[in-house]
Design a protein around this ligand. Structure first.
Ligand code: ATP
Length: 370
């Protein structure tokens, strides 16, 4: 089922929780709503479920206006952060519970319960009480219960936030597998960008009640529209600068920017009409910095900068390297740490490919989400 929000507002008195929301969730997508606390994610999800009234605008399911359709008639399955399982009912009874509210024959009920127990790999646990299950298993019961009603849309509100890191990883794989198997259009709300990047078929980032960008995980990571997005999805170095030259030829546009750490050349601009003298923001992902730790290795050839080593953090498979120039800190990472460790304060040569230097417009109004 395709879901569309058209110019939707949600107001609580003077508070505008959601502002002019235009959102398209394609049929069969695992669509993520991502954004900082208070940006309007849960409100959006609750409007979709019919648990909150839409103040203005339209909500469409497969092109049909359902803005005022009662929640019970929308065919929506929901999974919340706190699973909301009945503690005195077995896994099987918990799953059946949602079906009892619908007038289905005992045979159909039994078939559905058996099916979802299988999909969520809970068959061996069907006679246990929730208190006899791990957090991840309880999570799967909540998912099974939502799936049993064969929803047209599945809504997941921070479903993994009560689990520890290892279990969260496991459940990410589980949810992705179940989504592929069932093909149900799913809207997943989280503030965890790693969850969204690793699982989503599409992601919408919200800020202060508005959507600011929608795209595939790769689009959002490699082509963020604003400095806020660049820093919110993954880590990045944001360096302010002023454009000193713009060259356009058949290969594209190349731009030179004067910054506190030196002149930086970019062939990857998101600026609409770049001009000399214009202020902009440079975004460079830490993994894109080529840091010359070993003095016998070749000097970087492009965008050569000299930065002082400030701090090294050993992480096993990689090493985080904090570099410094005046008050500006620049983060890098090295995935094959060498045994050679320079002293703090050592000046290192650092390079970056012009295509890995993303130029963005300055953030004008941080509160408005632009
Ligand atoms: P979180 O990640 O912290 O759950 P969120 O992005 O889901 O946040 P919402 O719960 O949708 O954010 O809230 C959006 C805004 O609307 C917030 O400023 C919140 O304070 C406000 N809000 C939500 N519900 C109500 C309500 N019932 N009455 C008044 N304001 C509300």
């Amino acid at each position: 089922m395709k879901v569309e929000f058209k110019d939707v507002y949600k107001r609580y008195g003077k508070v505008v929780a959601v502002e002019k929301l235009n959102l398209l969730i394609e049929s069969g997508a695992l669509h993520f709503l991502l954004g900082p606390s208070g940006c309007g994610k849960t409100t959006t999800l609750r409007m979709l479920a019919g648990l909150e009234e839409v103040s203005e605008g339209h909500l469409l399911f497969d092109g049909k206006d359902v803005t005022h359709l009662p929640a019970a008639e929308r065919g929506i399955g929901m999974v919340f952060q706190n699973y909301a399982l009945w503690p005195h009912m077995t896994v099987q009874k918990n799953i059946e519970y949602g079906l009892n509210l619908r007038k289905l024959s005992p045979e159909i009920k039994k078939k559905r319960v058996t099916e979802v127990l299988g999909i969520t790999q809970l068959t061996p646990f069907k006679d246990r009480l929730p208190g006899q299950l791990s957090g991840g298993q309880q999570q799967r019961v909540a998912l099974a219960r939502a799936l049993a009603i064969e929803p047209s849309v599945l809504l997941l509100d921070e479903p993994l936030s009560n689990l520890d890191a290892k279990l969260r990883h496991e459940m990410r794989d589980n949810i992705t597998r179940i989504h592929k198997q069932t093909g149900i259009t799913t809207l997943y709300v989280t503030h965890d960008q790693k969850e969204a990047l690793s699982m989503g078929t599409s992601i919408t980032v919200m800020r202060a009640g508005r959507t600011i960008q929608t795209g595939s995980p790769r689009d959002l990571y490699t082509r963020p529209a604003t400095p806020f997005l660049a820093g919110f999805i993954g880590e990045t170095n944001l360096i302010p600068g002023v454009i000193t030259s713009v060259n356009r030829d058949t290969a594209g546009t190349s731009i030179t920017v004067d910054t506190e750490i030196g002149s930086i050349f970019s062939t990857n601009s998101q600026l609409k009409e770049p001009k000399s003298g214009q202020k902009c923001m440079i975004s460079i992902r830490p993994e894109m910095l080529q840091i010359r730790i070993d003095p016998s290795s070749p000097e970087p050839s492009k965008n050569k900068l000299r930065l002082a080593l400030d701090r090294l953090t050993y992480l096993g498979e990689s090493e985080q390297i904090q570099l410094k120039h005046g008050s500006l800190l620049v983060r890098g990472s090295v995935f094959r740490p060498t045994s050679h460790m320079p002293e703090e304060g050592t000046l290192l040569s650092v390079g970056v490919e012009p295509s890995d230097v993303l130029l963005l417009a300055e953030e004008t109004d941080l509160s408005s989400g632009t």
